[in-house]
Design a protein around this ligand. Sequence first.
Ligand SMILES: Cc1cc2nc3c(=O)[nH]c(=O)nc-3n(C[C@H](O)[C@H](O)[C@H](O)COP(=O)(O)O)c2cc1C
Length: 351
Amino acid sequence: MERRRFHDLSVFDAIYPIMKAGLFRLDPEKAHHLSMSCLRTAEKLGLLALTCPVDEWVAPVEIMGLKFPNRIGLAAGLDKEGNTIDALGRLGFGSIEIGTITPRPQGGNPKPRLFRLVPHEAIINRMGFNNPGIEEGVRNVLRSKTFDGVIGFNIGKNKDTPNEDAASDYLACLRAAYPVAGYIAVNLSSPNTPGLRDLQGAEASARLLETLKKEQEKLAEEHGRRVPLLFKVAPDLDAAHIRDLSDVFLNGGLDGLIATNTTLDRSAVADHPKATEAGGLSGPPVFEKSNEVLEAFASHLAGRIPIIGVGGVSNLDQAREKLRRGASLVQIYTSFIYQGPSLVRDLARCL
Ligand SMILES: Cc1cc2nc3c(=O)[nH]c(=O)nc-3n(C[C@H](O)[C@H](O)[C@H](O)COP(=O)(O)O)c2cc1C
């Protein structure tokens, strides 16, 4: 009983509001690097192992042939490098999607490129796939020791790779990540790499899926293990586009879908001075839009392709709403920044 009470009031839960007050005074990107570095240090010193009760958030589910310790995952973009997996895993995430990672390292867009819209608990980002490159990502994953959930690799194309050659970038990442990935998510939906969303066109995505599936079959034989291939889509899709893409995914044998990425739509935050910043909007303002896209895909796919629901979840009811609308798993990003580790554990325990 005593032990349980100590865990319920973990050190991180208690200090997060104080940490957040400090972090939110800093430039958002500096705050990000500082908090990730603190997490890694806390993990190295054994502090996270002391305070995080792993047994309380294990409620395994099997999806795409993978065993997830629970239904809550960390969405792509927070641990782009894959160097904070063990620490994030301690907080309760059953899966961690690293990346987006491209074949070659790249610096991303000029700063500033990350903005808080505090009254909306939202974020606008135009990071532009800043990442250390796939080889370093793989090395980082191999260095992770304690996380026993599912590691997803979110892969993308380099900015200077023209769309006609995008397949070769995705293939390079698929091949490199395959031996260490739990699943591979093909990012077609970031608004911050010029032209990337064009790959979401029905024809372009059908071609890409065919190429990647062929490679997946080869790799499965080579490694004796089939790593599921997922596509991640935008919330800014109309009904006809969703229907066409669903046909592509069903015909092409996609293993899973991630719905959704950030939105270009600013109607829910139009009153905020930062609303005009270019980039993708995330957090509660994307919740409804993302749910509509999720539900439309779920109705076309009719359970034949599992969906990971992501976009705007900031409490347990909203996570349950994603499941009601057709998701099998739920991911969060923005609400983790605003609410901290206690939210992860609540979702992991109760979902
Ligand atoms: C700062 C930031 C960076 C992101 N980077 C990526 C990325 O590299 N790749 C990706 O697929 N999604 C990225 N995302 C999108 C998230 O994975 C997620 O799909 C989106 O934020 C909606 O979820 P949320 O409302 O819970 O944040 C990023 C989001 C944020 C806020």
